[in-house]
Design a protein around this ligand. Structure first.
Ligand code: MLT
Length: 258
């Protein structure tokens, strides 16, 4: 495999257990700012921008989940961290599961937020590749106009997401869509994940049905589910306090309770 990691841009706040909060598609690290504020007294919270998003460098290749995982490893190495709590939202959940498979000994804990272990079905994969083609043809606005109302029912957050998505580059959106379409089924390696893992899911998630999170939590030997009744696909923006509480509980499992 020819993998060349890029130096990810990141923002950090707080002191304590190292926790990486990784954003999904098609936004950047700023979705995590409220949650980071709530964790800063017990955690060193590091919020990277994935390759091609926010201030991180772009690259003209498919953003496979393994590639995104290698970028995260390079950042963890650059920060000289031996083990981290790695939290991924949606697409970053797929990347975090690829990381858990490849580098289990660099993990102290895992957070899987509004995500799933399943690969795309053939129909979903096809639909994603059509979206990639349309995005290439029509530009970022195609995603920015169509996606926010599927992610949350909160109109203020929809507006915030629209602004965030409009900062993306078309090529990054296309490369990330192709990377998600090509991802592997992570179910076969879930049982080997030996660290405490919280699965956080919004009951109104239109992108990843709640049942996938229920099953995911059941398949993890040290996993548990936090279901948030008021949230959709963006619990870190819709219900940040609930996400802070869930991640505090995870940190407590990993590092002991203060
Ligand atoms: C995300 O929020 O990262 C994506 O919507 C996930 C997906 O499309 O599977």
């Amino acid at each position: 495999m020819n993998i060349k990691p890029v130096d990810l841009a990141y923002e950090e706040i707080g002191q304590g257990t190292p926790v990486l909060l990784v954003h999904g598609f098609p936004v950047d690290h700023t979705i995590w700012l409220q949650v980071a504020e709530g964790l800063k007294d017990e955690a060193r919270v590091i919020m990277p921008d994935l390759r091609g998003f926010g201030d991180s460098p772009d690259s003209n290749e498919v953003f496979t989940m393994r590639l995104l995982a290698e970028d995260l490893l390079a950042l963890i190495d650059r920060l000289k961290l031996e083990k981290v709590v790695l939290v991924g939202h949606s697409m970053a959940g797929y990347a975090v599961l690829a990381f858990a498979h490849a580098y289990p000994n660099r993990l102290a804990g895992l957070g899987l937020v509004a995500t799933q272990a399943d690969a795309d079905t053939p129909e979903r994969r096809q639909a994603r590749l059509v979206t990639a083609r349309e995005t290439k043809r029509r530009g970022v606005r195609y995603i920015a106009d169509g996606m926010p109302s599927k992610l949350t029912q909160n109109v203020d957050i929809q507006q915030q997401l629209h602004e965030n998505i409009m900062k993306c580059r078309t090529t990054s959106l296309v490369n990330a869509l192709k990377g998600m379409a090509d991802r592997s089924d992570a179910n076969p390696w879930l049982a080997a994940i030996a660290v405490p893992t919280v699965v956080i899911a919004g009951r109104n998630d239109q992108t990843i049905p709640l049942q996938r999170s229920v099953t995911l939590a059941q398949m993890l030997s040290k996993g548990w589910l936090v279901e948030i009744p008021e949230a959709g696909h963006m619990p870190m923006l819709e219900t940040p306090q609930e996400v802070v509480s869930a991640l505090r509980q995870l940190i407590c499992h990993v590092a002991g309770c203060g």
